[in-house]
Design a protein around this ligand. Structure first.
Ligand SMILES: *Cc1c(COP(=O)(O)O)cnc(C)c1O
Length: 461
């Protein structure tokens, strides 16, 4: 399978090349030239497969020809072996025909483990085949960094450097990163904010001369392989509630539009999906775009659901590509106009977006109310991101005979502030993390200075 850039000026690449490249050289995002599709009969025949077996069926067409089947099966087995539930992505019923899909059973307690546990292994394999090494450089405001570190720590061909804003991530989040002590893992606390960290990463990708010949790789959510791994749980959860013989709907707490885009792809690949609900917090550019064709940037709000505090959703470009009939010239033009301040889609593109997605926005007050209401009704504790998803599901649900599945993106222990504001008791850490606060930490505190950070990286590869 070939992958093409949404902006049409970068070369078409193979899976292995897309995996290592991340962003396309023309600034666009890679998407499959053509999606595989599965018949209803074929999907139905997967009903009794394990999560790992299903993952192979769904993802194989994307990697075929690049990675031997047995190797790919081994990577999938290893990637999900550390999850603490044998179903990998179990479901919990919260009301009649209403379900929560628990995607936080991995090592760092957020759904990003699904993609990053696999991504680290895929990269390591491809690099090993090519006899190459890669330096992973990323910035995190919390969940991505720890998931990326866990995914890459066992890699022979990767060094990973993660920047986080000094004293501006929660203690659980920091310790999930800094207590991973491995030769190839480096945590840097930058005396600045998240935007400073991200700015340094962008500048380093643009000019890699400080690396003296080594190459940088990205594990952020624009990497195609991350999207690919997230398609699987739409299939597994639909099968668990009677799909593909009946339609199902999904509600997804959304930030960079990666997770919900995977749901859209599952639908294109043949899974009968009724509604896809985009759930946002106060940072509502996606809700405004879908509901009123208003893509204007507004000041970033700090909320109780920080993993969705994003001003511009990078993966939305992949959807816009389809919404414009896969016309890459139109996308290059649109993104240039968007960056210059133009903020509306043409009527056809907006209709396409509205036909495929519903949306809803939830503020902090309502988020806490939902955590409290659901806990009182069911004794089930939601994290704030999932609470937003569940509220959006309830508000947008059109046909109550269609099962509604909300993606639970994080474990509530990661976000004690929201849980306590909701009047609930913060849960204790799961078994494999019980000693998190006693473990040794290692991280480097560095000034908010690009050359200081780059110097550190260059000295440690
Ligand atoms: C990353 C994240 C999200 C947003 O996912 P996107 O793919 O960026 O839309 C939602 N909830 C949690 C807990 C996250 O870590």
């Amino acid at each position: 399978m070939k992958y093409i850039s949404t902006r049409g000026q970068a070369p078409a690449l193979s899976f292995g090349d897309v995996l290592l490249a991340g962003l396309a050289s023309d600034g666009g995002l890679y998407v499959p030239e053509q999606l595989p599709t599965f018949s209803q009969e074929e999907i139905a025949s997967w009903a009794s497969l394990s999560y790992q077996e299903l993952a192979f069926k769904v993802m194989w067409p994307f990697v075929e020809g690049e990675i031997p089947a047995e190797e790919f099966k081994r990577m999938i087995e290893e990637a999900y072996a550390s999850f603490d539930h044998s179903a990998v992505a179990p479901m919990v019923q919260t009301d009649n025909n209403e379900w929560v899909l628990e995607l936080f059973r991995g090592p760092t307690l957020a759904f990003k483990d699904f993609a990053l546990q696999l991504l680290g292994r895929l990269m390591d394999y491809v690099l090993g085949q090519r006899g190459e090494k890669l330096v992973i450089l990323g910035a995190t405001s919390g969940d991505t960094g720890s998931a990326a570190i866990e995914g890459c720590r066992h890699s022979d061909h990767l060094d990973i450097f993660i920047l986080h804003p000094y004293q501006r991530v929660s203690e659980v989040q920091r310790r999930q990163m800094t207590t991973v002590i491995d030769d190839n893992v480096f945590n840097i606390a930058v005396k600045g904010n998240f935007d400073d960290c991200q700015g340094m990463v962008k500048a380093s990708f643009a000019d890699q001369s400080f690396l003296k010949g080594a190459k940088l790789g990205a594990v952020n959510s624009i990497n195609w392989a991350r999207i690919m791994a997230q398609i699987v749980y739409y299939f597994s959860s639909a099968l668990a509630v009677g799909g593909p013989h009946r339609k199902v709907s999904f509600s997804v707490p959304t930030g960079n539009f990666g997770d919900i885009f995977a749901g859209y792809l599952a639908k294109q690949m043949g899974l009968p999906i009724d509604q896809l609900v985009v759930a946002t917090n106060q940072n509502d550019i996606l809700h405004r775009t879908i509901a009123t064709n208003d893509m204007s940037r507004q000041a970033l709000n700090v909320t109780l659901s920080p993993s969705m505090d994003i001003m511009v959703s990078s993966n939305f470009e992949r959807l816009l590509f389809d919404a414009h009939g896969r016309d890459s010239a139109a996308i290059a033009d649109l993104m240039a106009r968007f960056n210059a301040g133009d903020v509306t889609l043409n009527d056809d593109a907006w209709s396409f977006v509205k036909d495929n997605f519903d949306s809803y926005k939830v503020d902090d007050t309502r988020t806490c109310e939902v955590i409290s209401e659901v806990f009182n009704a069911t004794q089930y504790l939601l994290d704030p991101h999932t609470a937003i998803g569940l509220e959006a599901a309830r508000k947008c649900w059109k046909d109550k005979s269609v099962p509604m599945i909300t993606l639970a993106t994080a474990h509530p222990v990661k976000f004690p502030e929201a849980v306590e504001k909701a009047g609930c008791e913060s849960p204790s850490l799961p078994e494999h993390m019980k000693d998190l606060f006693e473990r040794d930490e290692a991280y480097e505190v560095i000034d908010n200075d690009l050359s200081a950070v780059q110097g550190f990286v260059a000295n440690h590869i």
